[in-house]
Design a protein around this ligand. Structure first.
Ligand code: SF4
Ligand code: SF4
Length: 94
């Protein structure tokens, strides 16, 4: 049965910048971005269309800094308009 579409909602105030959510995303659609505050990074969804709404990023984040939301249009607009201005950090390859 299809589920309602969901998108992650990043809560920067709670984020520790560990990038575990980026590693957990099987679609590779999250990337860490530098923010205007030196040394502070947050995950951001650069390609909203690639996100399946699976919720792995939310489950992975032990800091409660990602919450899945059904308000997908609000989330889509926020990811497009509030993106940290600095370039994304390339994904770590272990
Ligand atoms: S949202 Fe959570 S898992 Fe992702 S970088 Fe921030 S603290 Fe880490
Ligand atoms: S909901 Fe799933 S596909 Fe979307 S960013 Fe999170 S882990 Fe990736």
């Amino acid at each position: 049965m299809p589920t309602d579409p969901m998108l992650p909602w990043v809560i920067p105030e709670n984020c520790e910048g560990c990038a575990d959510c980026v590693s957990a995303c099987r679609r590779g659609c999250l990337a860490m971005h530098a923010t205007a505050r030196e040394g502070v990074y947050v995950p951001w969804l650069d390609d909203v269309g690639a996100c399946t709404g699976c919720g792995r990023c939310e489950v992975t984040c032990t800091w409660g800094a990602i919450s899945m939301t059904a308000y997908v249009e609000n989330a889509r607009r926020r990811f497009a308009e509030k993106r940290p201005s600095c370039a994304p950090i390339p994904a770590r390859v272990d």
